[in-house]
Write a protein of this length. Structure first.
Length: 134
């Protein structure tokens, strides 16, 4: 399957990029959900590949299954974000070893920017310019 072959040598393949996004979101979605539910939430210092990948959550998933999982997780997260009341966006969580607290707003922004960067790389690698562009 071509999705496992990087389009640019030394970069992630399309499959590996989707897997990375899922691992990243496992950390950040869970932290956001927890932040809403408890009074003094803590963020654990975890890394998508060094930690979450070791769990084997998506072991042997096909590309189609990875994409379906990504879409489902994103849909759940967007439902969560849409349901937040204005004051809840300022709910903060702390990460061990860091003085600065992160809000739900900053967490959502970081996730959006992270995903945008990876999508731009995929577009650059594939030459995709969007549906309405030539």
């Amino acid at each position: 399957e071509n999705s496992h072959i990087p389009l640019i040598e030394g970069k992630r393949s399309f499959y590996a990029t989707v897997l990375h996004l899922l691992h990243f979101e496992t950390i950040h979605y869970t932290a956001s959900y927890t932040a809403k539910l408890i009074s003094q939430p803590s963020i654990f210092s975890l890394h998508p590949e060094r930690n979450i990948a070791q769990l084997g959550l998506y072991h042997n998933f096909s590309l189609k299954e990875l994409l379906e999982a990504f879409l489902l997780e994103r849909r759940k997260y967007l439902n969560f974000l849409r349901a937040l009341k204005q004051k809840e966006w300022a709910k903060s969580m702390s990460e061990s070893g860091k003085a600065r607290k992160e809000t739900l707003y900053l967490a959502a922004r970081r996730t959006a920017l992270h995903d945008y960067a990876h999508i731009q790389i995929i577009c650059l690698q594939t030459g995709y310019k969007g549906k309405n562009q030539t």
